[in-house]
Design a binder for this molecule. Structure first.
Ligand code: GDP
Length: 195
């Protein structure tokens, strides 16, 4: 994908701040440190636009990025940082639950998991929650460069099994270091937005 424009629009703390131009929205979710900011920057070809390693536990905002006047990436707060086990819904609060359930512009979710590890309980809960609400998911296995290519299949198999990937939900191996998976993910995005 050729990026002609990519800009940060707003850190929304509630629906009043969501854009009103009706462009399709793609939400990005994953555990803190999974590589979400790095992936966003890679997808948008903009180093540092999505800040990496924003401190978890701070204000829960939805960060909107408009790309090519075609779509918004909506960066969700990272989950899984709470010391005491809390449910996803408790970590995130009502605003985010309402966004997932009610936002008309939301087309699908990109869920990030680290290729090296089996999905966590939170990852499984997140995936199941999206299925419950009826939101399609594209799963991205991040940090692909951290394991040998010959082991990708073995690792993605575990991810598929743990999440119990459904229907035509896709799984793409990605690396922000090498750009692996970038074209494939853009291809998947464009295909789904055309549907
Ligand atoms: P976030 O908390 O999910 O936004 O994660 P970040 O994008 O800040 O990444 C967390 C850490 O993982 C940083 O040190 C990144 O440099 C590193 N990282 C992210 N993506 C990759 C990747 O594809 N390959 C490698 N080797 N490191 C990565």
């Amino acid at each position: 994908m050729k990026i002609t424009s990519a800009e940060f629009v707003v850190s929304a703390v509630g629906p009043k701040q969501y854009p009103t131009d009706g462009l399709p929205e793609i939400a990005l979710v994953g555990r803190s440190n999974v590589g979400k900011s790095s992936l966003l920057n890679k997808m948008m070809n903009r180093k540092g636009l999505a800040r990496t390693s924003s401190k978890p536990g701070k204000t829960q905002t939805l960060n909107y990025f408009r790309v090519n006047n075609m779509l918004y990436f909506v960066d969700f707060p990272g989950y899984g940082y709470a010391k005491v086990a809390k449910s996803l819904k408790q970590q995130w609060g009502k605003m985010i639950e309402n966004y997932l359930k009610q936002r008309q512009e939301l087309r699908f979710v990109i869920q990030l998991v680290d290729i090296r590890h089996a999905p966590s309980k939170d990852d499984v809960a997140m995936y199941d929650w999206c299925k419950e609400i009826g939101i399609p998911t594209v799963v991205v296995a991040t940090k692909g460069d951290k394991i040998a290519r010959g082991r990708w299949l073995q690792h993605t198999k575990v991810i598929r099994e743990q999440l119990q990937l459904r229907g035509d939900d896709a799984l793409i191996v990605f690396s922000s270091e090498t750009g692996q998976g970038r074209d494939e993910l853009w291809g998947e995005i464009v295909r789904r937005l055309r549907q």
